[in-house]
Ligand binder design. Sequence first.
Ligand SMILES: Nc1ncnc2c1ncn2[C@@H]1O[C@H](COP(=O)(O)OP(=O)(O)OP(=O)(O)O)[C@@H](O)[C@H]1O
Length: 212
Amino acid sequence: MLRADDLVFAHPGQGKPYGFSLEAKPGEVTAISGASGSGKSTLLDLMAGFIAPVSGSLTLDGQELLPFPPEARPVSLLLQADNLFEHLSAEENVVLGLPRGTPRSAGHQQVAEALAEVGLTRFEAKQAANLSGGQKQRVALARTLLRNRPVLLLDEPFSALDDETRQTTRELVGELTRRHKWHTVLVSHHADDIAALATTHYRITAGKLERV
Ligand SMILES: Nc1ncnc2c1ncn2[C@@H]1O[C@H](COP(=O)(O)OP(=O)(O)OP(=O)(O)O)[C@@H](O)[C@H]1O
């Protein structure tokens, strides 16, 4: 279980601080919605470790995560776009998710398996810049698979996709979350994404998370 307990944070010059508390279970998508500027990205930044709260705690299965810098947290982050290095191939982007020191042949095999799992077999050599929006998100998910970090933070990951691609990418996120027991936290202001994917839904209202 991923738990945030009263993570308190205020951007410089802002009035009342945020106080975020939530629970996200493994194998489930937990959705966060809220008006523009309500603090959704701020919450993800706190969990990813890009900003530090004034107080509170953030634990995964009882282990405190706050002392760890972003790269040492068991967390992957997928944004609306710009998740890939455009000049690299799909394969080269996925390789970046391999642990350092992975032997070459084992690494090659794992990359091929990850690309197959997201439905992108035969796209290995294609340059990221030439992939569609949905394919790019799949490559980023393949890299997440290799990183094997149990928390997946998604910031409007389907917003740049057309309706059909949005639906298939959404289904893939649901499948991967269940299969790999990820604690997936989805920030979205699209009610249909939340209805299709989320087991639990919180809304940010006046700096607090409320269960919907
Ligand atoms: N670095 C910063 N310094 C000061 N204020 C900031 C900073 N980053 C964000 N804010 C402010 O904090 C509030 C919450 O921003 P945040 O980006 O978390 O909202 P959001 O819910 O993700 O919005 P959106 O849906 O528009 O992306 C906004 O009022 C924003 O202007």
